[in-house]
Design a protein around this ligand. Structure first.
Ligand code: TYM
Length: 342
């Protein structure tokens, strides 16, 4: 770790991550992020956010956004994020995110933002709504990360470019005004950092995919999961072998199986050697069903308990604000704003 500053050397390292409450959360989201956060809570000072402000960069139906926000919090809790161990909150409850983003905007170049792969993809997808928020989104994400003096950002591979931008912005601010931010590192899991579409295994599995068969969501029932895996695109060969270049479909299924069973890719490969794709697909589907069934029932239970979720969010926002405003106060002072009379 080559961070310029350690916020507090005697404390645990800090992790921060978040998910947008849009659409249905996929097993790609789960394997690339939440699943890895659970054990990390034990080792790190952990902060997990439902990033609702990011969501409105594409059109949302307000009532749906509210429901999705609660549902995602319920999923966090159902997966095992523990409000006693981690800070869990909703981004819009901590105004410092938007406030810091404004300052960071002034040291970020339009050219940098134009190079962001996700901005280019989303601009193509939402050609009728290329708004400033869509372009500015990675700066808001940098603000999320830097406010908490984050050491490590656990995400899927698709977010790596954004974390790298956050590093550049942190370094730039530190150089211009004096050391202020920890320079964060990106953490991606060895397996599961990029789960691919079941129908087009060279493309990422994505919440916004219109082809239902391409995506397994955390809400899918047993039958839907089995059906989708049985229909998963593989190849005309018969060998179950991990080879991303030549066998992307099979390799994706092996990764999913490995993540849900805890077996290594090699163990999984051996298990299916000499067996056909039919058996293999059924076993992968069963591992997913078994892995997410307990999460689903717990999520449904928690989602009914609004009072409990509101309690978690209130406490989370209070704790998050305490840390965030400490950083924001420093930033405001360094850029030359006069201190607020409190
Ligand atoms: P979002 O909501 O698109 O995705 C949430 C998390 O899921 C990961 N992910 C995947 N991992 C593996 N395979 C896939 N197919 C797959 N699809 C998505 C993402 O990498 C991510 O970790 N900008 C972020 C949210 C965000 C954030 C932050 C993250 C906002 N501020 C600060 C970390 C720190 C996003 O849109 O993720």
């Amino acid at each position: 770790m080559d961070n310029n500053i350690k916020a507090n050397d005697i404390h645990k390292k800090v992790i921060f991550s978040g998910i947008q409450p849009t659409g249905k959360i996929t097993i790609g989201n789960y394997l690339g992020s939440i699943k890895n956060w659970i054990p990390m809570q034990e080792e790190f000072d952990s902060i997990f956010c439902v990033v609702d402000m990011h969501s409105i960069t594409v059109n949302q139906i307000p009532a749906e956004l509210r429901k999705n926000t609660y549902d995602l919090l319920a999923l966090y809790l159902a997966c095992g994020l523990d409000p006693q161990k981690s800070i869990l909150f909703v981004q819009s409850h901590v105004p410092a995110h938007a406030e810091l983003a404004w300052v960071l905007n002034t040291i970020t170049y339009v050219g940098e933002m134009n190079r962001m792969t996700q901005f280019k993809d989303k601009s193509r997808k939402h050609a009728d709504n290329i708004n400033m928020g869509l372009m500015d989104y990675p700066v808001l994400m940098a603000s999320d990360i830097l406010l908490y003096q984050t050491d490590l950002v656990p995400v899927g591979i698709d977010q790596k470019q954004h974390v790298e931008l956050a590093r550049d912005i942190a370094q730039r601010f530190n150089n211009r005004y004096s050391p202020t931010f920890v320079v964060p590192e990106c953490y991606t899991p060895k397996i599961g950092a990029k789960i691919m579409s079941l129908q087009e295994p060279t493309a990422k599995m994505s919440k916004s995919d219109e082809n239902e068969n391409a995506v397994v969501t955390m809400l899918d029932d047993k039958d839907a999961i089995m059906r989708k895996f049985k229909r998963a695109v593989t190849d005309s060969d018969t060998e179950v072998r991990f080879d991303v270049e030549n066998k992307p479909g099979v390799s994706n299924l092996l990764s999913i199986y490995s993540c849900f069973t805890g077996k290594t890719i090699e163990q999984a490969q051996n298990e299916f050697s000499g067996k056909g794709y039919g058996d293999f697909k059924i076993k992968v589907a069963e591992s997913v069903i078994e892995g997410i069934a307990p999460i689903q029932s717990e999520q449904q239970r928690i989602a009914k308990d609004k009072a409990y979720m509101d309690e978690v969010l209130k406490d989370g926002a209070m704790r998050a604000c305490r840390i965030a405003y400490k950083t924001l106060d420093k930033v405001y002072k360094k850029v030359g704003f006069i201190p607020k009379i409190r």
